[in-house]
Each structure stands twice: as C-alpha cells, then as structure tokens.
Design a binder for this molecule. Structure first.
Ligand SMILES: NC(=O)c1ccc[n+]([C@@H]2O[C@H](COP(=O)([O-])OP(=O)(O)OC[C@H]3O[C@@H](n4cnc5c(N)ncnc54)[C@H](OP(=O)(O)O)[C@@H]3O)[C@@H](O)[C@H]2O)c1
Length: 251
C-alpha cells in the first residue's frame, strides 16, 4: 500500500475516532482543570502538562515541512500560521497559566498522541501528499476568508485566556464568575475562539486534514463547554440566565 492510501485510511479512521471521542466526552468530562478528580493515576503540574502535551504539534509540523516536497510562499505561510497558534499555546500559554491544579498523565499522554497524529495528518498533506499550492493561493477567496476566521478566532481565545488569567493572582486557585467581552454572552469564549480558528484553518488550507482537525476540535470542546456551563450554573446562583455555553444566543 502506498503512503497516500495509508494516509487516506488513517484520515477516515481518525474521523470515526472523533465521533467516538465526542460520545465518550459527553458521558465523562476529561479530568483536568475544574473537573480534576482523584482516580486517574499519576499527575504532573498543569504547566508541564500543557508544555509536553502541545510540543509534538510544533515538532511534527516543522519536521514534516523540513522533510516535505512543497516549498512555495503558501507552504511557508501555512507553517507560520500553524506555529502562531502552537507557539502561543505551547510556550506562552502554558508558562503563564495561573493554575495550581495538577493534570493526570493519562490526559497529557492522550494530548500528545492526538498532536502526533494530527501533526502528521496536517504536515504530510500540506507539504508532501496533497496538491502543491503556489503563491497565488494566498490571494484566493478560500485562503483570505479562512485566514480572517483563523485570526478572529485566535484573538477571541487569546483574549479569553487572558481574562481568565486576570481573575487570579499567582498562587490563587479560586474561580470567579467571568464578566466582560464575550463572557457576557457565553461561558466559554476560549472554546468558541478555538473552534472558529480551526474552521478557518480548514478553509485556508482547503484540505481534508484541516476539516478533520476542525471536527476533532468541536468533538473535544463542545462537550467540555456544556459541562463547564452546567458547572457555572450550579456554582454561582446569580449566573446570568441568558448566557449560553459556547455559541451566543444558540447553544
Ligand atoms: N483544540 C482542542 O481540541 C483543545 C482542547 C482542549 C483545550 N483547548 C484550548 O486550551 C485552552 C485551555 O483549555 P482549558 O480546558 O484548560 O480551559 P479552561 O477550563 O477555561 O481553563 C483555562 C485556565 O483558566 C482558569 N480558569 C477557568 N475558569 C476560571 C474562572 N472562572 N476563574 C478563574 N480561573 C479560571 C483555569 O484554571 P484551573 O486549571 O484551575 O481550572 C485554567 O488555568 C483553551 O483556550 C482551549 O480552547 C483546545
């Protein structure tokens, strides 16, 4: 079997797995952050956990770019766009966290596994197995609309991350009732931003791998947003009743 056939089979299996993960996460919320609980084995600090979990996404895509065949301005742009997100998430977000909660190693290992497979699917398609995109791709409608969504989503989740961080001084571990910005409309604007961002990536790369990542992001974050919304409602009696979980006015 050649690599392209193996790749296509992996992608289909990966999408099926996203469906299974969605069902599992609707039943059991991943045990980190506010949902951390005993019984999930050895743990490490959230800072180290995020750093380890997200690093493979940077390494895989940079490596596959280096080993790949495509080298146009579009390919360089994909590489930069990817690393704007993952550079932030891996090296900045993880080290600025104000969380003294620990993260089970099983969550870290699952995240690393996800990032290795997802990094392979993105990097190998874009830089070797998929169509080679020339510089003209960067002025086409799919790229421009996708980049707009990506950057819009990035701003939303970076702002939401920063607002959440502002609720605590170093060492504190309480939870506030968030207000301001998109928090006035939804409980989890960070998840909303992330989902918009990867939908934008699917569009700007116009790739099945990008679509699979957008589907995985929703499969991960929709159940968590619903759980988080229920948690806020049961924790704060004065929680704004009109606020939704993740999509303003909808869900
Ligand atoms: N692409 C994907 O599939 C994927 C999957 C998961 C996460 N992510 C992204 O990773 C980022 C972090 O995810 P997460 O699930 O850890 O987000 P989160 O539950 O909102 O927590 C983010 C940080 O804010 C703190 N925090 C949350 N609510 C707070 C409140 N009400 N008051 C004070 N502090 C609060 C948390 O502290 P504690 O740690 O103490 O709870 C944590 O340090 C998000 O931007 C998310 O979009 C992406």
């Amino acid at each position: 079997m050649d690599e392209r056939t193996t790749y296509d089979l992996l992608l289909v299996g990966w999408l099926v797995l996203a469906g299974a993960v969605f069902v599992a996460l609707m039943r059991t919320t991943a045990p980190y952050g506010r949902f951390a609980r005993p019984g999930w084995g050895p743990v490490l600090s959230a800072r180290l956990g995020w750093l380890l979990m997200e690093s493979p996404a940077v390494v895989m895509v940079v490596l596959l770019f280096a080993l790949g065949r495509h080298r146009s301005a579009a390919d360089w742009t994909f590489l930069v766009v990817w690393n704007v997100h993952y550079g932030y998430r891996t090296f900045i977000y993880s080290q600025r966290l104000r969380s003294s909660r620990s993260m089970p190693m099983v969550v870290v290992a699952s995240g690393m596994f996800f990032n290795v497979v997802n990094g392979y699917l993105q990097g190998r398609y874009l830089f070797a197995l998929g169509p080679s995109r020339g510089a003209e791709w960067l002025t086409g409608p799919a790229f421009l609309a996708g980049l707009g969504l990506f950057l819009g989503g990035l701003c939303v989740h970076v702002q939401a991350d920063s607002r959440l961080r502002s609720f605590r001084r170093p060492g504190e571990r309480h939870y506030d009732l968030p207000r301001g910005g998109l928090f006035n409309y939804v409980s989890c604007p960070n998840y909303l931003g992330e989902m918009v961002e990867w939908a934008g990536w699917a569009l700007l790369t116009w790739s099945p791998a990008g679509v699979a990542f957008a589907v995985w992001t929703a499969a991960n974050l929709l159940p968590r947003a619903l759980a988080c919304h229920r948690w806020y409602r049961s924790t704060f009696p004065d929680y704004p009743p009109r606020r939704r979980a993740v999509f303003p006015g909808i869900l």
